[in-house]
Design a protein around this ligand. Sequence first.
Ligand SMILES: [Zn+2]
Length: 183
Amino acid sequence: MNVVTLPTQMLWAGHVPDLCVRHGAPASVRMSFYRGAVQNWPYCPECVKSRKANLALAVAVLALPFLVTFVGVGVLHNDAVALATFTDVIWVFLGAGIIVFWYLLLRYVTPSGLAKAKLTGNNMWLVMQGTHPAFMAHANDLVQRTGAAQVSPTGQLVQPDVFAPQPGQAPGAPPAQPQPPAQ
Ligand SMILES: [Zn+2]
């Protein structure tokens, strides 16, 4: 499922990814969501394009049943039986239009929906499901480079220890020097 979990502490410290979640492409636009809890989130040109297209689609899906209602009532207003049948049916389309409108809006138009992102654990984590492999690699690399807090197996927040010695290096030891060849 390509799930990426980022600690919000890391994002608040300014360590935000540079690739978009859906396409793994470099950002052209930055947006905030969750009332500013997540800021400067990256979106590529393809994200921006699909956002506009889905917004237009959502508005069309909402407007079409209203347009059909308007035209239908106009055409059938002299035929009581046909009008009664029409008004019975049109409610279903109006309801479906509203549901699909909100679905498209929340899933593909809002910045959080576009980023497939959800805040969880009392706003401690930003979780994204079904991310692009390039974004996933980029996000994991960002977490490692910034020494950000990690999730422990018990779900506790583990504080970063950026001063911990790297594997293979003794604490306090200077970097290994190249040795002169033996005589
Ligand atoms: Zn994108």
